[in-house]
Design a protein around this ligand. Structure first.
Ligand code: HEC
Length: 223
């Protein structure tokens, strides 16, 4: 503890009157407002400047971004002319996909050879490479009962299901799907018959409409 010397300001304070104390406090409080000046609001003109920049940036992107179109920004993108061209699908490629997508292949097998005594082969079958109209009917409406394929009689223990958009079909394939799968099986595994068009399938479809599965007998009487 040191004894305060005579020029200690606290000695003056001890002798201060109420008025002089208030005056000093007022002075101090006034100074505090100045200290808080560090947290002053953003100057208004700076706020206007930044708003102006953001507005300009937005307008610029809106006008010149090209809607971020990949054809402008991706140098590897293919040019396109409005999107109204029809993409041509190779029916053989499409048909192969359809055939092997847990459909025909589950019975006739991927190699088209079927299973002896149950599922007849499509390889070298006169049903496949012969009359187009009969073949379309088989896949549109199905086939049941005994059938002879490549000289072998299949007793018809299992029926061939209907694939067309016909009553009782679990598949409801469109005419162009049927045309594609038939075009595929007519030229696969060494088969060399011509393609089948969607129009051909549609013609038989509208002629026969909904009906039950064909028998080989019925079909042999048709062209
Ligand atoms: C559920 C098994 C099954 C599926 C799936 C199936 N078939 Fe068949 N298919 C048969 C059976 C069984 C026969 C013989 C029917 C009979 O005995 O009358 C047959 C007969 C055929 C025939 C005539 C006989 C021949 O071997 O040439 C063709 C053509 C044919 N199917 C094509 C197809 C095509 C194409 C698909 C797919 C779109 C398909 N099948 C899907 C079971 C099936």
């Amino acid at each position: 503890m040191s004894t305060p010397s005579n020029d200690d300001p606290r000695l003056d304070q001890a002798a201060a009157s109420d008025e002089s104390l208030l005056a000093v406090h007022e002075k101090i409080l006034g100074a505090q407002a100045d200290e808080a000046g560090r947290y002053r609001l953003l100057p208004l003109n700076l706020l206007f400047a930044f708003s102006g920049l953001i507005f300009f940036g937005g307008t610029y992107l809106n006008l010149y971004s090209g809607h971020f179109d990949p054809h402008i920004y991706d140098e590897r993108a293919l040019p396109h002319k409005g999107g109204d061209e029809v993409v041509k699908v190779d029916p053989v490629v499409f048909g192969k996909k359809l055939f092997n997508n847990a459909t025909c292949n589950t019975c006739h097998q991927v190699n088209g050879l079927g299973l002896p005594g149950v599922f007849p082969p499509l390889v070298g079958s006169e049903w496949v490479t012969g009359s187009e109209e009969r073949l379309i009917r088989v896949v549109l409406h199905g086939l049941q009962g005994p059938v002879t394929v490549n000289g072998v009689v299949f007793p018809g223990t299992a029926p061939m299901p209907a694939f067309g958009k016909v009553a009782g079909s679990g598949y409801n394939w469109s005419d162009d799907k049927i045309a594609a799968v038939l075009t595929y099986i007519r030229q696969e595994w060494g088969n060399t018959a011509g393609p089948i068009t969607t129009e051909q399938v549609a013609a038989i479809h509208s002629k026969e409409g909904d009906r039950k599965a064909w028998t080989a007998d019925e079909l042999s009487k048709l062209p």
